[in-house]
Design a protein around this ligand. Structure first.
Ligand SMILES: Cc1cc2nc3c(=O)[nH]c(=O)nc-3n(C[C@H](O)[C@H](O)[C@H](O)COP(=O)(O)OP(=O)(O)OC[C@H]3O[C@@H](n4cnc5c(N)ncnc54)[C@H](O)[C@@H]3O)c2cc1C
Length: 489
C-alpha cells in the first residue's frame, strides 16, 4: 500500500538502514536517515589512501539477487549501478603441512580437488553440498524471508513443509558433529567447519543447521563486484537519494521517544524530530540501553552470547604475490584449540587462521602497478576486559610469521602502508556492542529464535533492521531484514 508524505526516520545508514530507507521511500514515506558517521555504509565502507583502496569490511559477495531485487522493485536496472561476475576460484586454502586446495566454483571440480589433494572422496563433498542445499530450501521460507515472530508466518504452506521435515534441518547436533559424520579427512572437516565464522559462531557449538552456509557459497556461487564490495554501499546510497531519501551525516541519535505506547520521535541533543515510523539500524543492544533506557528491554535477547569480533590489517604491499588469489585462507594447525581460545578464553590463538583478501587480483586500479592491497583478517573475541594493546601486538607478529612461513620468505619488509581495525574501533565506529561483528552468536540451538524481531512487541511503529536482529548478520541477511520490515509495515 502506498502512503503519502508520512514521515519515517531511520537511525543509521548501514546496509540494513540504506535498504530500509529505499523500501520505505518506495512505499511513499518521506524518509530521513540520521547517521553518526560522516559517510554511509557502516561496516561496509572503504579506505582509499596512498594509492591503495581497501574494502574495509565485507569482502565476499553472495546471493546477489537480493541486491538486484531491491533495484528492480524500485523500478531501476541493477546494471546501471553495479556489475559483478562469478569468481572461478572462491577461495585458495593453505594448510600448515603445505597442501593447497583451490575451492573452484564448479562443485564437481571442487570435489575432485578435495579428493586429489586431501584424499576426501569427491562423493562426500557432493553429498554434503546436497545436504546443505536441502537445509537451505527448508529454512529459507520461514527463517530468512519472514519474521519468525508473527502468526501469519506459521499459517503458510511453506512453514508447514519446514515443520514436517524439521529433523532434516539438523538442529540437534553441532555443525562439527555433522561434518565429522560426513567427511573422513581432517582437511575437508576444517574447510567446511570454517563456515561457522561467517556469522561469528563456533562450529563446535553452533547447530548443524548452519551448514547451510556452504550451500550459499558453493551451490549459489561467490561473486566479485566490479570496483569492490564498497559498490554495494555506493549503489544503495545513490538509489536512496534518487528515491528522495534525505541523509543527515554526523548526527548521533541520543534517544527514541515513546508516547502512549508509540514511537513518536527521536532526539539529537536538544532537537526533537517527529515521525510516524522509527527504524533503528543501530545494534539492538545500544538501541535499548542508550536510546530507550526507560523502556523494558528484552533481557533474554540482549544477554545472549555475542558473536566474535575481528582484527583486520589493511596492508599496502610493495610487491605482487602470485602465490595468492582473491580470497585466501591460511589454516591454523588445531582448529578446536583456536575456537576454545576465542570463545572460552576470550583470547586470540598464537596460531590463528588468517584470511587474506586482495581485491587488486580482480580490480587492478586498487593498488599501484607492481603492488597489492591486502586485507588481512583474523577472528578475535568480542570485548571482554582484554589488554588489547598486548593482544594486537602479539597477533600482528603471529600473523606475519604465519604468512611468511606459508610463503617461505618474510613479508615484513614489504608492508609499506598499514591501517588496522580492532574490536574497540568496530564498537566505536558503528556502535556494535562489544565489537561483535554479527550481534548475537549462533552458538546454541535456539539462537535463531533469540534474535530480536524486526519490530517491537511493546512499542508501536518501532522497527529494527541490520545484522544484530532477525534474520542475522552479513550483507544478504541485512538486505533481508529490510525486506521483512517492508512486509510488516
Ligand atoms: C571486517 C568485517 C568483515 C566482514 N565480512 C563480511 C563478508 O565478507 N560478507 C558479509 O556478508 N558480511 C561481512 N561482514 C558483516 C557485514 O559487514 C555486516 O553484517 C553488515 O554490513 C552490517 O550492516 P548493518 O545494517 O547491521 O549496519 P552497520 O554496518 O552495523 O551500520 C550501522 C550504522 O548505524 C550507525 N549508527 C549507530 N548508532 C547510531 C546512532 N545512535 N545515531 C546515528 N547513527 C548510528 C553507525 O554509524 C553505522 O553506520 C563483515 C563485517 C566486518 C566488520
Amino acid at each position: 500500500m502506498k502512503v503519502s508524505g508520512k514521515k519515517a526516520i531511520i537511525i543509521g545508514s548501514g546496509v540494513g538502514g540504506l535498504a530500509t530507507s529505499i523500501r520505505l521511500a518506495n512505499k511513499g514515506y518521506n524518509v530521513t536517515v540520521y547517521e553518526q558517521n560522516s559517510y554511509p555504509g557502516g561496516k561496509l565502507t572503504e579506505i582509499d589512501r596512498n594509492g591503495f583502496r581497501f574494502d574495509a569490511g565485507p569482502s565476499l559477495f553472495t546471493l546477489p539477487e537480493l541486491l538486484d531485487d531491491l533495484f528492480i522493485e524500485s523500478g531501476k536496472a541493477p546494471g546501471h549501478y553495479y556489475s559483478y561476475k562469478q569468481v572461478e576460484i572462491i577461495t585458495r586454502y593453505f594448510y600448515p603441512d603445505g597442501v593447497q586446495i583451490s575451492a573452484y566454483s564448479d562443485p564437481k571440480r571442487f570435489a575432485s580437488e578435495l579428493e586429489d589433494k586431501a584424499g576426501e572422496p569427491s562423493s562426500n563433498v557432493l553429498n554434503f553440498l546436497s545436504y546443505s542445499k536441502e537445509i537451505y530450501e527448508l529454512t529459507k521460507f520461514i527463517f530468512l524471508d519472514r519474521s519468525l515472530n508473527v502468526i501469519s508466518t506459521y499459517l503458510q504452506k511453506g512453514t508447514l513443509n519446514t515443520l514436517l521435515n524439521i529433523n532434516k534441518i539438523d538442529a540437534l547436533r553441532t555443525m562439527n558433529n555433522a561434518i565429522e559424520s560426513k567427511f573422513k579427512t581432517s582437511k575437508a572437516r576444517q574447510l567446511f567447519a570454517r563456515y561457522a565464522t561467517y556469522n561469528g559462531s563456533n562450529p563446535y557449538k553452533a547447530p548443524a543447521t548452519l551448514n547451510i552456509i556452504a550451500h550459499l557459497e558453493h551451490n549459489c556461487g561467490a561473486y566479485f563486484l566490479d570496483g569492490g564490495m564498497h559498490k554495494v554501499t555506493e549503489s544503495l546510497y545513490k538509489l536512496a537519494l534518487e528515491q528522495g531519501v534525505q541523509f543527515n551525516f554526523g548526527k548521533e541519535v541520543d534517544g527514541i521517544q515513546v508516547e502512549n505506547g508509540k514511537a513518536k520521535s527521536i532526539k539529537i541533543g536538544k532537537d526533537i524530530y517527529d515521525a510516524e515510523i522509527v527504524v533503528s539500524n543501530m545494534d539492538i543492544h545500544p538501541t535499548y540501553r542508550r536510546l530507550m533506557p526507560e523502556q523494558k528491554a528484552p533481557e533474554r535477547v540482549l544477554k545472549q552470547e555475542k558473536s566474535t569480533s575481528a582484527l583486520i590489517y589493511y596492508w599496502g604491499m610493495s610487491k605482487e604475490f602470485p602465490e595468492f588469489d582473491l580470497h585466501n585462507i591460511l589454516f591454523s594447525g588445531d582448529y578446536k584449540t583456536e575456537f576454545d581460545t576465542l570463545n572460552v578464553k576470550k583470547d586470540i590463538s598464537d596460531d590463528p587462521t588468517v584470511y587474506i583478501y586482495i581485491s587488486k587480483k580482480e580490480c587492478p586500479e586498487d593498488a599501484p602497478a607492481g603492488k597489492e592491497n591486502w586485507f588481512v583478517m583474523i577472528n578475535a573475541p568480542h570485548i571482554d576486559g582484554q589488554n588489547w594493546d598486548e593482544l594486537i601486538d602479539r597477533s600482528r607478529r603471529n600473523i606475519i610469521n604465519k604468512i611468511s612461513q606459508t610463503l617461505g620468505y618474510s613479508i615484513q619488509d614489504y608492508i609499506e602502508f598499514e591501517e588496522k581495525l580492532t574490536p574497540e574501533l568496530i564498537q566505536s565506529k558503528t556502535s556494535s556492542y562489544l565489537g561483535a561483528l554479527y550481534g548475537n552468536s549462533s552458538n546454541n540451538m535456539l539462537a535463531a529464535f533469540l534474535r530480536h524481531p524486526n519490530f517491537s512487541r511493546k512499542i508501536k511503529n518501532l522497527y529494527f533492521c541490520g545484522g544484530s536482529v532477525h534474520p542475522g548478520g552479513g550483507v544478504p541477511l541485512c538486505l533481508s531484514s529490510a525486506k521483512i520490515i517492508d512486509g510488516l509495515i
